[in-house]
Design a protein around this ligand. Structure first.
Ligand SMILES: [Zn+2]
Ligand SMILES: [Zn+2]
Ligand SMILES: [Zn+2]
Length: 240
């Protein structure tokens, strides 16, 4: 937000919290620096937050708004003099190999992104000693991975959470969850569904993300939410 060419009051809002780049989160776990998804705004987000070091990227799924910015890891390849570890399902890797084909050619042109793909399944894995629990969810019929790291859980682009994933979310203190708009949507939770899911999971604090201009302004929507739920906004920082 704003949406190109849209004249709605949300897209015209002057509140900085109504300026939303594509969804992503940076995690600092001790001195390990991770990012979940590198959408089209990845470069701008890394610059804004002054992320000087990046140890790995985890992908939730292969949609363009979650992967399109991957080319810009070149800056970290250059700074850190190594390939970027990239974690995702087989489907994600296949899509990366299609969209960023030039990074996987046998004879590589100099200066292209260097990626080191590791396949993940529905099983805990570690990145530089940080344990990560994948949280499988569905996005219409597309499998998407959420991720739990300690007491923080991140789920985006879901409209269905299986019981086995609710089990894995037990006891999470902070939850990030997608809530697109008020109207029903084919592949994303709407506001009322997201509120229901948030209350079922029962985190101390839930933040909604992947928000469309159709939801309303940050200020107006926040007034309707229970104390334990808030809208995320670009640049929001939380400590656990
Ligand atoms: Zn709009
Ligand atoms: Zn998606
Ligand atoms: Zn998305």
């Amino acid at each position: 937000m704003p949406v190109i060419g849209c004249g709605c009051p949300v897209c015209h809002s002057l509140d900085y919290r109504d300026k939303r780049l594509r969804s992503s989160v940076h995690l600092a776990v001790n001195d390990i620096s991770l990012v979940i998804d590198s959408g089209p705004d990845f470069r701008q987000q890394m610059l804004r937050e002054r992320i000087m070091k990046l140890d790995a990227i985890l992908f939730t799924h292969e949609h363009k708004d979650h992967i399109a910015g991957l080319d810009d890891v070149r800056a970290y390849n250059f700074l850190q003099r190594k390939s970027m570890p990239v974690y995702g399902t087989t489907a994600v890797h296949k899509q990366l190999q299609t969209e960023f084909y030039y990074a996987f050619e046998e004879h590589k042109y100099p200066g292209i992104p260097q990626l080191d793909l590791t396949e993940i399944k529905d099983q805990d894995f570690t990145v530089d000693g940080v344990t990560i629990t994948p949280l499988p969810v569905l996005h219409l019929n597309l499998p998407v991975m959420g991720f739990r790291i300690g007491d923080f859980s991140y789920i985006t682009d879901a409209n269905h959470i299986p019981e086995s994933t609710f089990e894995k979310l037990k006891g999470t203190k902070v939850l990030a969850l997608n809530a697109l708009q008020r109207e029903k949507h084919a592949s994303h939770f709407n506001l009322s569904e997201a509120l229901e899911v948030a209350s079922k999971i029962g985190a101390e604090q839930t933040y909604f993300l992947h928000i469309s201009h159709r939801l309303g302004t940050h200020k107006a929507v926040e007034k309707e939410l229970p104390d334990s739920v808030a809208l995320a906004y670009d640049g929001l920082t939380i400590e656990l």
